[in-house]
Design a binder for this molecule. Structure first.
Ligand SMILES: [Fe+2]
Ligand SMILES: [Fe+2]
Length: 494
């Protein structure tokens, strides 16, 4: 397989999530959460009679009532850190992340866990609902009852609210430990995707691109990777966004940072590496979208254009004044990211040149992410294990063998996000590598049990655990293809 080719054509990711979630409902759900977010916010600025809120209330009504017309009922419920719309878990959209976060925090603080709209509502009812909700005191256990009473006093019977359910158990304790960092991780991840999207749009529109935020986010990512790289590495399993390019840049950056950490880079160098990786394909913003998204193979002219993206990237980055001082290795890293040691890569050079360290790191991260992501010409991507096997086979020409070894050590023989079958017949998802690097084949795994409603998270186990007789309790037998089993890996990392 030509790895060079696989890393050059960004394609829309497979739009259908692996677990067969109703995409349309998910989209409406995201829309609904955003509407609630804005309604709650504006209710704190304006009183309910203010004309300034009219238009927005109307738009929100449209969303809510369309959903009720379609579904018969609307229930928005919090389970742990997720929203379920009519029992379907809502996946964050990049744009919707802030709204999710806001709604989740506000409802949790007020101990409201579910809101049910039993039939269509009008302006008066909706306003009443929002203003009553915002008046609730934080942390009062009777809030749901008080809320229902208040609604009843206004003769509103179409809306019912339920209190927040606190989930107990070991699993929760495990989640809570890392909760804060995980939350920060999510925020950094989604914000970076959103910001890179903004920057690319600005560059495309020949506007001034504001990259200060991106720089700050890269610094935060460096901090997170130093603390616990598995959090951000887990997020790279989120492969099914429509917007491949943005997701890809962020994933490449995360893998590169984790490699840089293993190489003992300083914080400053790591930040430079993170930014370089975020911008490695920025030159593609100058390539027409129909060339980028062409499902068939490219003609000579289109290939020529594609091959110029490293150089165009260099030009763009050199013009980003706000990046501050640009270390030459950043631009060289972008220039180098498709050069091969046997000269087969691009841009074509007249003289042999060594590929820089940043370039060699990014090449590995780039190929791995491209191969494990669904693309238009390969809807079912390689499993992490298959991708690593291909890279190992081609290591002498395409990759720096030592860096590749580090990368494999980092993602494990069983990379984070691999679906694995254990000798106990249980199925698990690799959650993070073992604490001890000598146990590359014994990672920490989330056991998943497949119930009626799709798979459910059961328990987190450490494969280095032994029984009384010194035998391992569980071992990996083989990896499975999550696409075949319809398992949505990413949701275990959110
Ligand atoms: Fe590239
Ligand atoms: Fe790339």
């Amino acid at each position: 397989m030509d790895v060079t080719q696989s890393t050059t054509q960004p394609k829309r990711a497979n739009p259908k999530p692996a677990d067969g979630m109703d995409l349309d409902l998910s989209k409406w759900g995201n829309n609904l959460v955003t509407k609630f977010h804005v309604l709650m916010r504006i209710s704190q600025i304006y009183d309910s009679k203010n004309v300034a809120i009219q238009q927005f209330v109307q738009e929100s009504l449209e969303t809510i009532n369309t959903l009720i017309k379609r579904e018969g009922i609307l229930s928005l419920k919090i389970v742990r850190n997720d929203f379920f719309l009519n029992e379907q878990r809502l996946r964050y959209s990049v744009e919707g992340f802030t709204s999710f976060k806001y709604l989740l925090t506000q409802w949790k603080k007020k101990l409201i866990g579910e809101v049910i709209f039993r039939s269509q509502v009008d302006e008066g009812i909706l306003k009443n609902f929002v203003y009553t909700l915002m008046k609730l005191e934080e942390g009062r256990e009777e809030n749901a009852d008080l809320f229902n009473e208040a609604l009843a006093n206004h003769r509103i019977t179409t809306i019912v609210v339920n209190p927040l359910e606190i989930v107990e158990g070991d699993e929760e304790a495990f989640t809570l430990q890392k909760e804060d960092q995980r939350e920060v991780g999510k925020k950094v991840f989604f914000e970076t995707i959103g910001t890179i999207k903004e920057v690319i749009t600005q560059i495309k529109g020949k506007q001034h691109a504001d990259v200060r935020k991106l720089k700050r986010l890269a610094q935060k990512a460096v901090h997170l990777v130093i603390e616990d790289e598995s959090i951000l590495l887990g997020m790279t399993t989120i492969k099914n966004y429509d917007e491949y390019t943005f997701n890809h840049s962020v994933n490449v950056s995360i893998y590169s940072l984790a490699m840089g950490k293993r190489l003992g880079f300083s914080k400053k160098t790591l930040t430079e590496l993170g930014i370089t990786a975020l911008f490695h394909d920025i030159g593609k913003s100058k390539i027409p979208i129909d060339v980028l998204n062409k499902p068939a193979s490219l003609n000579d002219e289109e290939w020529g254009m594609m091959k110029r993206h490293p150089l165009m990237g260099v030009e763009i980055v050199l013009n980003l004044k706000q990046l501050g001082e640009i270390n030459p290795r950043m631009v060289i890293g972008i220039f180098d990211h498709h050069l091969k040691s046997d000269f087969s890569g691009y841009p074509k050079l007249f003289r042999k040149k060594e590929i820089s360290l940043f370039g060699r790191i990014i090449q590995i991260a780039d190929s791995y992410d491209a191969m494990t992501t669904p693309r238009i010409y390969k809807k079912v991507p390689y499993t992490p294990e298959q991708a690593l096997a291909i890279m190992l086979k081609e290591r002498t020409i395409h990759f720096d063998p030592i860096l590749l070894k580090i990368f494999i050590g980092l993602v494990g023989i069983f990379p984070i996000g691999s679906l694995v079958l254990l000798n106990t017949r249980e199925t698990g998802i690799v959650y993070k590598p073992s604490h001890d690097p000598k146990w590359l084949d014994r990672p920490i795994v989330i056991l998943v049990a497949r119930g009626g409603k799709g798979e459910v998270k059961k328990e987190v186990v450490d494969l280095t655990e032994t029984d009384g007789g010194g035998r391992y309790k569980r071992s990996i037998v083989k990896t499975l293809d999550p696409f075949k089993y319809h398992i949505d890996i990413a949701k275990y990392f959110l």
